[in-house]
Design a binder for this molecule. Structure first.
Ligand SMILES: N[C@@H](CCC(=O)N[C@@H](CS)C(=O)NCC(=O)O)C(=O)O
Length: 254
């Protein structure tokens, strides 16, 4: 679990649950959905990543990678969406968002890790290539600021490629191939079940449904050949938590 010692000291005084997040961010959707499923009150600190509102020294002083989401719980700073939702489920176990059987819990963590592992090489690459880079024109001053603030080499490389439109053909092919392999696996694993792991909604569903939503909405990823995924996504979209956490914050309406 990634606990951060923030350079922006003001966050240490925050009381209750505070979420730094963005409407368009699939990682932030996971946390909003977990908060809604549990009925927890939280304070919103919205940063529009499309307007680059997160690219400030103050925010990098809270999240050293300059990414959303970040949760601050009574001054404790946690980054990485999979860790945040796991933290929330452990601290506020009612209603539980994990199975009771230990083997199934391991399976749930497998899905959380997979969602994290494919984020930059597949999800972000695919979506930025198809849509986001059209929003990401960058001035020299913005590039300089980003390069001053960002210390993570993978993110510096990704940022450079996405803002200069220089993903290579093999990188784009690989992104699609990873997504195909992952959704083939989600499809098989759902089989005749309602949920990804066990008999109830778990953090695995909450980690993956934002990927389904953003890949479909922003990149037109072809989900038609995944009937189980489509039925599962319908079940999720009928939940009030999905409406509040995903649809109400979504910036591309209409
Ligand atoms: N592994 C991180 C990834 C966070 C991430 O990449 N967030 C994206 C939105 S989903 C972001 O902040 N993008 C803005 C940027 O890359 O500058 C997590 O799961 O929280």
């Amino acid at each position: 679990m990634v606990f951060v010692t923030p350079k922006t000291k003001e966050v240490l005084d925050l009381k209750g649950l505070h979420l730094y997040h963005s409407g368009a961010s699939n990682c932030a959707m996971r946390v909003r959905m977990t908060l809604e499923e549990k009925g927890l009150p939280w304070v919103s600190h919205h940063l529009d990543i499309l307007k680059k509102e997160h690219l400030t020294p103050e925010y990098f002083g809270i999240n050293p990678k300059g990414l959303v989401p970040t949760l601050v719980d009574d001054g404790v700073v946690i980054t990485e969406s999979d860790d945040i939702i796991d933290y929330l489920d452990k601290k506020f176990p009612d209603p539980p968002l994990r199975p009771t059987d230990e083997r199934l819990v391991e399976r749930m963590y497998y899905w959380l890790k997979l969602a994290t592992d494919i984020h930059v090489p597949a999800v972000k690459t695919y979506i930025y290539d198809k849509k986001i880079r059209h929003f990401m024109k960058q001035s020299d001053a913005e590039r300089t600021l980003y390069e001053e603030l960002q210390t993570n080499q993978e993110l510096l490389d990704f940022h450079h490629k996405s803002t200069t439109n220089t993903f290579s053909e093999p990188e784009l092919r690989r992104a699609k191939q990873i997504l195909d392999e992952c959704f083939d696996e989600v499809e098989r694993s759902l089989g005749g079940s309602e949920w990804m792991v066990g008999e109830t909604l778990t953090l695995a569903d909450i980690a993956w449904v934002p990927l389904y939503f953003t890949l479909r909405e922003l990149a037109g990823y072809p989900f038609e050949s995944y009937p189980n995924v489509l039925a599962w996504s319908k079940r999720l979209s009928a939940r009030p938590s999905y409406q509040k956490a995903v649809i109400e914050w979504w910036p591309f309406k209409g």
